[in-house]
Design a binder for this molecule. Structure first.
Ligand SMILES: [Zn+2]
Ligand SMILES: [Zn+2]
Length: 143
């Protein structure tokens, strides 16, 4: 895995680069990720926003309101609909990248599952992974 890593949406209108290696992946089984992905969970790499750069196009943004009232901005391609990344309204310095949008898979496995309480029955959760029924404690978000 050499940096910068590159990725983008399905149609190619949006491209990005990541200037730091990805060391961990986290699967989110919350109901909002299920709706926005159309599948059981999202798999994400969490990184400082400073290492992420859009190199082509401009993603659209959806302001998703959590049950807690917090706003999570979900960025996606307005042409093909691919989800790309999210960040909290109150924490723009932390970016949560949809790992499936990377051109090449980072050489790491999923290390943690969150919001497992709402996981779909068909989702496989490796019992060896860290698991949280809801949102994990704050420090995990900056890992
Ligand atoms: Zn697209
Ligand atoms: Zn989620």
């Amino acid at each position: 895995m050499t940096t910068p890593l590159t990725g983008g949406c399905l149609c190619g209108a949006i491209g990005y680069a990541v200037s730091a290696p990805i060391t961990a992946l986290r699967a989110c089984h919350c109901t909002h990720c299920q709706k926005s992905s159309g599948t059981g969970s999202s798999v994400n790499a969490i990184m400082p926003s400073a290492v992420f750069q859009i190199t082509q196009g401009a993603p659209k943004r959806y302001a998703d309101k959590a049950d807690s009232g917090r706003i999570l901005y979900r960025y996606f391609c307005g042409d093909c609909g691919s989800p790309l990344y999210t960040h909290r309204e109150t924490a723009p310095e932390i970016l949560v990248l949809r790992a499936g949008s990377l051109d090449d898979p980072p050489g790491v496995k999923i290390t943690a599952h969150i919001w497992t309480a709402s996981a779909r029955p068909w989702s496989h959760i490796d019992p060896a992974c860290e698991q949280h029924p809801g949102q994990p404690p704050a420090p995990a978000a900056s890992r």
